[in-house]
Ligand binder design. Structure first.
Ligand code: NAD
Ligand code: TYD
Length: 353
């Protein structure tokens, strides 16, 4: 049986990963270490309650004693680190926590894995550390070209700087100690369980409630969207087939300007809810994000050629599935948008709207 320490898997991508892996593998153990920050939510994992293949541990990836104890107890084969502070806007207001979790937390996990897996100068067989990273570490593209694994790191936001720093520590552990590692760098994800601070769920929620839709700048910034399940598939493939020490970019050539995304959500919800209060008049162009990266676009040739990965869900299908999910999970949205979210929204958008 393969034993995985997976971190941050009460969040958006991680909870989808738990479902993906438990559906795919019968004989597996997933130990899910999550601090349950504002972005972590046990409701996301309610469909695996009682499944003995999934063990939830509330805790911080920075906690040396806790993580060491987990290694002693479970003798993990893999560490897959999803845990992070993940929102660019929050990193602009409060960068320190991004350094703590994303950089120091990653280094702590690397140290614990090294302590457990390296003895007498030899690495135990069959172990791997996989860092879930982002295309944002490459910076921003102009109108042409794509991010390749060889593109130099050039992060701009505090979020992407912390992720780039973490990636460099992962490679440092590989280059210095010979630790078996991979890094995946994925484009923007969307799908079920995404916290409504990110573009797509925020817009779905606002449209439903006839609230203004804050589009930053001219709305022409481009993101390369990938349905979350296709990202989960890529992580599994890299964990189980990636060449040691390699980086794999993950993306499906689904580049769309932000305003296109917002208009698609409006049109879909207008039709689905037969609600005439839903129209493009809700759009409000607002002050741009500081240092806003203009365009992201992934070249996925390496993961396609080496591992046979391809995205299964087109944007057209994925966005409808996502909207359906949010419409069917009103209570989930109501819970995550109560309390602190209201404060966050007020703070983040009060000078914009
Ligand atoms: P998320 O914000 O939805 O979830 C993050 C999870 O990490 C939460 O459950 C939170 O409780 C947990 N966490 C935060 N700090 C922690 C700590 N110190 N110790 C333990 N757990 C902690 O994020 P997400 O969108 O699911 O992203 C997951 C990973 O994928 C991140 O590393 C992110 O950088 C990367 N990524 C995200 C995207 C995207 O579009 N969302 C794209 C590429 C890469
Ligand atoms: P986001 O979902 O925060 O992801 P990232 O910044 O990691 O790409 O934002 C996606 C794009 O949408 C980005 O160009 C910023 C833009 N955006 C808005 O225009 N309005 C919003 O309220 C938000 C949250 C994002």
């Amino acid at each position: 049986m393969k034993k995985y320490l997976i971190t941050g898997c009460a969040g958006f991508i991680g909870s989808n990963f738990v479902y993906y892996m438990l559906n795919k593998y019968e004989d597996i153990l997933l130990v899910n270490l999550d601090k349950l920050t504002y972005a972590g939510n046990l409701e996301n994992l309610k469909d695996v309650e009682g499944d003995k293949r999934h063990v939830f541990v509330q805790g911080d990836i920075c906690d040396r004693a806790l993580v060491t104890g987990l290694f002693e107890k479970y003798d993990f084969d893999y560490v897959i680190n999803f845990a992070a502070e993940s929102h660019v806007d929050r990193s602009i207001s409060n960068p320190e926590i991004f350094v703590e979790t994303n950089v120091l937390g990653t280094v702590n996990l690397l140290q614990c894995a090294k302590n457990a897996w390296l003895a007498d100068g030899k690495w135990a067989e069959g172990k791997k550390y996989l860092q879930v990273s982002t295309d944002e570490v490459y910076g921003s593209l102009g109108e042409d070209g794509y991010f390749m694994e060889t593109t130099p790191l050039c992060p701009h936001s505090p979020y992407s700087s912390s992720k780039a720093s973490a990636d460099m520590f992962v490679m440092a552990f590989h280059d210095t100690y010979g630790m078996p590692v991979n890094i995946t760098r994925c484009s923007n994800n969307y799908g079920p369980y995404q916290f409504p601070e990110k573009l797509i769920p925020l817009m779905i929620n606002n449209v439903k409630h006839h609230k203004q839709l804050p589009v930053y700048g001219d709305g022409m910034n481009v993101r390369d969207w990938l349905y979350v399940e296709d990202h989960c598939k890529a992580i599994d493939m890299v964990a189980n087939g990636g060449r040691d020490g390699e980086v794999y970019n993950v993306g499906g050539h689904n580049e769309r300007p932000n305003i296109f995304i917002v208009k698609t959500i409006i049109a879909q919800l207008h039709e689905r809810l037969q609600d005439d209060g839903i129209d493009e008049g809700l759009i409000k162009y607002v002050a741009d994000r500081l240092g806003h990266d203009r365009r992201y676009g992934i070249d996925p040739t390496k993961i396609k050629n080496e591992l046979g990965w391809y995205p299964e869900t087109t944007f057209e299908v994925g966005i409808v599935k996502t909207i359906d999910w949010y419409l069917a999970h009103e209570e989930w949205m109501a819970n995550v948008t109560s309390g602190n979210y209201q404060k966050y929204y007020e703070e983040m958008y009060k000078n914009r709207l």
